[in-house]
Write a protein that binds this ligand. Structure first.
Ligand code: ADP
Ligand code: MG
Length: 707
């Protein structure tokens, strides 16, 4: 019997969404809660009590036994602690199911056990989670469908109110851009919109490998990426995986992922095979940015959980396999008013759309002025293998506008005004039977870190494992800053028309250098960018200092998004994260090389030597030429392996003496990472020599082509 999935029916069935609230909450309570959600009005405690009661009833009907404040500490992942709804047992030994407004609004958590970068010492451990009513609560069921937990999205702060998470500054940055964007659109005569919200659509790339094989790769298990591995005969050179037909095992997995996500109200929309073998992508429909950030976390968790059920492993690392593409996350960002106007929509004739041109040039200014900070927002240990490593996208921040807008910009700069827009043409396929349709006004450029794609900006630098929060916070804040400076000028101008015209021209001319439409992977661009004075920050460790420059601190403090102390703590956390991650990778390499690879190579060499003796006896020295060559070659590689292993072990041991923070991170970057590469090189060559049955782990070919 086959049962069809009724998507419309299951969508959002596990979400305490607006429909459920309307149905279950008393009218006045619903109204007050809506005001909190829409206008940020503080919620009365008595209201929270009613909401909690109704939420509890709903959750229990869905089988929930526990609730959990769900938050995003600075680990990149989410955190949760489950509390059962049960009350203290009565004298008769019975329990009630209880959930108060207080428990809904506020949770307590040991802040000292999460990364705090010095903001919290172990002796001042108190931290709070605070309900974020703008992101709906939801229920997650276990694989059997019987156990369920109510999740309440929250922000996580220290006792003194410092942000210890991604959510708090994200919400602050949303307020900042709302305020400045409202100022700007009011100047252009918009009196109807009440609020401007950033929208985000996060495309998620991932790899799927067979779980049994995965478990035999301790490097993948411990670090999320392969630390050794020779290239298989075939990689992605035939371009036959991207958009290729989806194999049945993967299709079944995707179907289950979609079902789980739809139930959670995540609008999973697009799925396809990506460029590398075993690589795929999932994109939801964009949403308000804090909801999109939560949803992206749910997407990553769901991919992992469902993969497990299918005996697959979802690998989210930015570069799990050398030699084929890594994975990223595209952050599609735009600004929308509460009455549905997309402020990044140029319309058909952008040259006449003055408000759009101002917004566009403000974005150029923001990105040019804070390129280092935007680059930093995508810095992540795994991302060092992508950014600047000749892969999408390069580490140099630039903006791709496309032919139409670039033409408008050039007109503005050259003549002071733009008088025409390149028109959309009909697509001519040369086949009469195919329907005609209008082409986009511009082609695409896949190599640009930030691309204007019709009515949104697509920031392509974010790592696949990373939260989209950091880059969204930066985009929101730097653009808020540019808007604010523009409004300062325009609000005091005598002649608005003239002033806005001058401002657009000024911004376009001053920040034109950030616009680039050529091939971002080429060496010419690296040189050209240097001539233009654009920063090229190749590693995470070199990006981190830009979090705490005066320029950055002033920006964030101006809009109340981060305090200096919060930024310093984030920088500390990033340095530590880097050092710890590389330390784990190096130790995993040492472990695997000593316990698995060297013994396997010795076994191979011994059996080869034994067979040489036997063959020589039977047929003389001429018969063992090849064997002798192999013996010499593998022995030499074995000795290279041992040398690199020794050096790596020494370097890792010495790291313990390094002071924490920047110095330690730099030590790992400069002294440990290169030796890891030195160890990998002979091992990968040995993999090509040693018998497959003797090699202690599945090969790239096994992992990538036998899913
Ligand atoms: P691509 O061709 O780059 O995959 P899509 O149109 O499929 O582009 O969109 C990719 C992502 O961008 C999706 O998550 C989509 O919902 C999102 N997106 C589309 N329009 C907007 C917008 N105005 N603001 C933010 N995200 C958007
Ligand atoms: Mg894509």
């Amino acid at each position: 019997m086959s049962e069809f999935m009724n998507v419309a029916e299951i969508f959002g069935e596990n979400v305490f969404n607006d429909a459920v609230m309307q149905e279950r909450l008393p009218k006045d309570i619903y109204k007050e809660l809506k005001r909190t959600i829409q206008e940020g009005k503080e919620l009365q405690r008595s209201t929270a009590d009613v909401v909690a009661e109704k939420m509890k009833e709903w959750a229990i009907e869905k089988g929930a036994t526990h609730y959990s404040h769900w938050f995003q500490p600075l680990t990149g992942a989410t955190a949760e602690k489950h509390d059962a709804f049960i009350s203290t047992p009565t004298e008769e030994g019975k329990v009630l199911m209880e959930f108060s407004g207080k428990a809904l609004i506020k949770g307590e958590s040991d802040a000292s056990s999460f990364p705090s970068g010095g903001l919290r010492a172990t002796f001042e451990a108190r931290g709070y989670t605070a309900w974020d009513p703008t992101s709906p609560a939801f229920i997650k069921k276990d694989a059997t469908g019987t156990g369920a937990i109510l999740y309440i999205p929250t922000a996580f702060c220290s006792y003194t109110g410092e942000a210890l998470d991604q959510k708090t500054p994200l919400l602050r940055s949303m307020e900042a851009i709302d305020k400045q964007a409202m100022r700007l659109i009011r100047l252009f005569g918009n009196t109807s919109s009440q609020k401007v919200t950033p929208s985000v659509g996060a495309e998620q790339e991932y790899f799927l490998v067979d779980r049994d094989k995965y478990l035999k790769r301790k490097d993948l298990v411990f670090t999320g990426r392969t630390l050794f591995g020779a290239m298989p005969p075939k990689g992605q050179e035939l371009d036959d995986h991207y958009f290729g037909a989806i194999r049945e095992r993967i299709a079944l997995f995707m179907k289950d992922v979609n079902e789980e996500l739809w139930k959670l109200g995540v609008s999973a929309k697009t799925q396809h095979n990506e460029a590398a073998p075993a690589q795929h992508e999932l994109a939801p429909i964009y949403a308000q940015c804090n909801v999109a950030v939560d949803h992206n976390q749910l997407i990553m968790e769901t991919l992992k959980q469902v993969a497990y059920r299918h005996n697959l492993q979802c690998v989210l690392h930015e570069k799990p396999f050398a030699g084929v593409n890594g994975s990223g996350k595209h952050n599609n960002w735009s600004l929308t008013t509460d009455d549905g106007i997309n402020l990044l929509d140029p319309g058909k004739t952008p040259h006449q759309n003055i408000q759009f041109l101002l917004i566009l040039t403000c974005v150029l200014k923001a990105v040019d002025k804070h390129a280092e900070l935007l680059r930093e927002s995508a810095a992540d240990v795994g991302n060092d293998h992508r950014l600047g490593a000749n892969e999408a996208p390069p580490a140099i921040i630039s903006v791709y506008l496309g032919a139409q807008l670039e033409d408008v910009l050039t007109q503005l700069i050259n003549t002071g005004s733009a008088t025409s827009s390149i028109k959309r043409e009909k697509l001519d396929t040369g086949v009469r039977a195919l329907p005609d349709f209008a082409k986009d006004a511009t082609d695409r450029n896949r190599t640009a870190p930030l691309a204007f794609t019709g009515n949104k900006f697509e920031f392509r630098m974010v790592g696949s494992r990373d939260s989209v929060a950091a880059s969204t916070i930066v985009l929101n804040t730097i653009v808020a800053d540019a808007f604010s400076e523009a409004c300062d000028v325009l609000e005091s101008a005598d002649n608005f028309e003239l002033a806005v015209h001058d401002l657009i021209k000024k911004y376009a001319a001053e920040h034109e250098r950030i616009v680039f439409s050529g091939n971002g992977y080429s060496q010419e661009w690296v040189e050209e960018a240097e001539r233009r004075g654009l920063p090229n920050i190749k590693t995470m460790v070199e990006a981190i200092p830009h979090l705490v420059t005066d320029k950055t601190v002033n920006l964030f403090e101006k809009f109340g998004v981060f305090t200096r102390a919060e930024l310093e703590s984030r920088a500390e956390i990033n340095y530590e994260t880097y050092a710890k991650a590389i330390n784990i990778e190096a130790r995993a390499m040492i472990d695997i090389a000593s316990k698995h690879i060297i013994p396997a190579v010795i076994k191979y060499i011994t059996s080869l030597a034994t067979s040489i003796n036997q063959v020589k006896e039977a047929c003389g020295a001429v018969c063992v030429d090849v064997q002798n060559e192999l013996l010499a070659e593998s022995s030499e590689l074995l000795s290279d392996t041992r040398d690199a292993l020794k050096l790596l072990t020494e370097r890792v041991d010495r790291a313990a003496e390094m002071p924490h923070g920047r110095e330690k991170a730099e030590y790992f970057l400069r002294e440990v990472v290169p030796v890891m590469n030195d160890l990998r090189t002979p091992v990968d060559k040995l993999e090509m020599i040693v018998n497959k049955e003797m090699w202690p782990m599945p090969s790239y070919g096994d992992l990538l082509f036998e899913v």
